[in-house]
Design a protein around this ligand. Structure first.
Ligand code: ZN
Length: 141
């Protein structure tokens, strides 16, 4: 089962929490036990799972990525957004989350964040939910 959500980012760099939107989509699909795969089809944005209780954590993540990959560093890519490509490569563009009792089985402090590195833009997240067979379906010996 596949769905897509769109997120309008508002700054060049930000971590936009999308947990509620993803949870809503997953719950609407009616899969009791399974895996949720999230894919960001962009080269200057990515996706991470991290703490959603203290916003300082997101701020620290962006600041450290900025120190590791400065915007005005020396790069071969001449579009002016080489840092954004590298940051997106570092954070990755997929995550997997277990689905249990029809919803995302995230840890207590975990949230899902679209990582924008070259906004503001409209971004897409493709959500695929795969049911996982339980005992008795013949899939395990
Ligand atoms: Zn580029």
């Amino acid at each position: 089962m596949r769905r897509e959500i769109r997120i309008r980012t508002v700054a060049r760099e930000s971590l936009e929490e999308i947990t509620a939107q993803v949870q809503q989509v997953v719950q609407s699909l009616g899969v009791d036990v399974g895996l949720c795969h999230l894919f960001v089809p962009h080269t200057t944005a990515g996706i991470i799972i991290n703490e959603n209780a203290d916003p300082s954590v997101c701020r620290d993540i962006l600041e450290v990525l900025g120190r590791l990959v400065p915007r005005d560093g020396r790069y071969h890519h001449l579009e002016g957004n080489a840092d954004a490509h590298i940051k997106a490569a570092l954070v990755g563009n997929t995550v997997w989350i277990p689905v249990d009792r029809g919803g995302l089985a995230l840890g207590r402090w975990q949230g899902i964040f679209l990582a924008e590195f070259d906004g503001p833009r409209e971004r897409r997240v493709i959500i695929t939910v795969l049911p996982v067979g339980e005992k008795g379906d013949g899939s395990s010996a």
